[in-house]
Design a protein around this ligand. Structure first.
Ligand code: SIN
Length: 285
């Protein structure tokens, strides 16, 4: 595919592109938005360099991809309640998002896309890893594809399988984030197809993670766990993934329907601050 309004530099073989040469504040330029929407469908993750986005600008960019969503487990910014500050201070040891997951998997209508804008980044480390669950689905055997057809995953916000403890324990350890609803996490649970279809392209994607998927509908947790773990391990094989390096003024947008991501926690002693917005509530089909 070609993109007239911007320079697109692919990152991995299956996923990710760096975008150069556009100013996202040019809201009147419909050709840019059309290219960005097409690029997101092609690459799933776009690292758009060299931006200067105030919170209002980020909200405006977000609306190009869908209506804003609320994130249940961190307080929104006072002025922009849909937007959350993701902060790790030099003295913190635990970060936000350091397990493979898709955002808000446990909501009835999870967000189509996430927009993460870098305010301050560590001198080294603090990258985010991404994997294409379309590429992971394509690589499954026909037998496994048939086995998974029609299966529903039960996805919970409890974080019961998180190393170091569940949502309550995690929130207690996360230093400078304004977390909320810790005790109510088990109430956030939704069933979604383990294989979902991206409506615009018709591509199928695995929609499962060891962090959020607690069992398959109609099966026990004990019966489900081995296959959930196998699918999670399959999704994060390196040939399906890419690594995004951050710099201040970078907006990374990902298609949350067909990716997993993992915020690497390798920058103790440095500060990292991001502004996060999720958009486009969509019932997976
Ligand atoms: C997230 O999991 O949404 C945050 C990812 C990051 O901070 O890199």
């Amino acid at each position: 595919m070609s993109y007239a309004t911007m320079e697109v530099r692919p990152i991995g073989g299956a996923i990710g592109a760096e975008i150069y040469g556009i100013d996202l504040r040019q809201l009147e330029n419909e050709a840019i938005w059309s290219d960005l929407r097409r690029a997101l469908l092609e690459f799933h993750v776009l690292a758009i360099r060299g931006q200067q986005l105030a919170p209002d600008d980020q909200m405006a960019v977000g609306r190009v991809f869908g209506e804003p969503c609320f994130y249940p487990f961190a307080k929104g910014m006072e002025t922009h309640p849909h937007m959350t500050r993701i902060v790790k201070e030099p003295e913190d040891r635990v970060n936000f998002g350091a397990d493979w997951h898709t955002d808000s998997h446990y909501l009835p209508e999870p967000p189509r896309a996430t927009l993460l804008y870098a305010i301050e980044t560590p001198a080294r480390g603090g990258d985010t890893l991404y994997t294409s669950t379309c590429a992971a689905y394509d690589a499954l055997s026909e037998g496994m594809k048939q086995l998974l057809a029609g299966v529903l995953g039960v996805n919970s916000a409890s974080l019961k399988h998180k190393r170091g403890g569940d949502r309550v324990a995690h929130h207690a350890r996360i230093g400078h984030m304004t977390v909320q609803n810790s005790e109510r996490a088990t109430q956030y649970e939704s069933k979604h197809p383990v294989v979902r279809t991206i409506p615009e392209t018709g591509r199928k994607a695995l929609y499962v993670s060891a962090l959020h998927t607690v069992r398959f509908d109609g099966m026990t947790e004990e019966e489900s766990r081995p296959l959930i773990e196998m699918l999670d391990a399959h999704c994060i094989e390196p040939q399906f993934g890419c690594r995004v390096r951050w710099e201040p003024g970078q907006l990374t947008v990902w298609d949350n329907r067909c990716t997993l991501h993992n915020a690497v926690n390798d920058y103790h002693g440095y500060r990292r601050e991001m502004r996060r917005l999720t958009v486009g509530p969509e019932r997976p089909v």
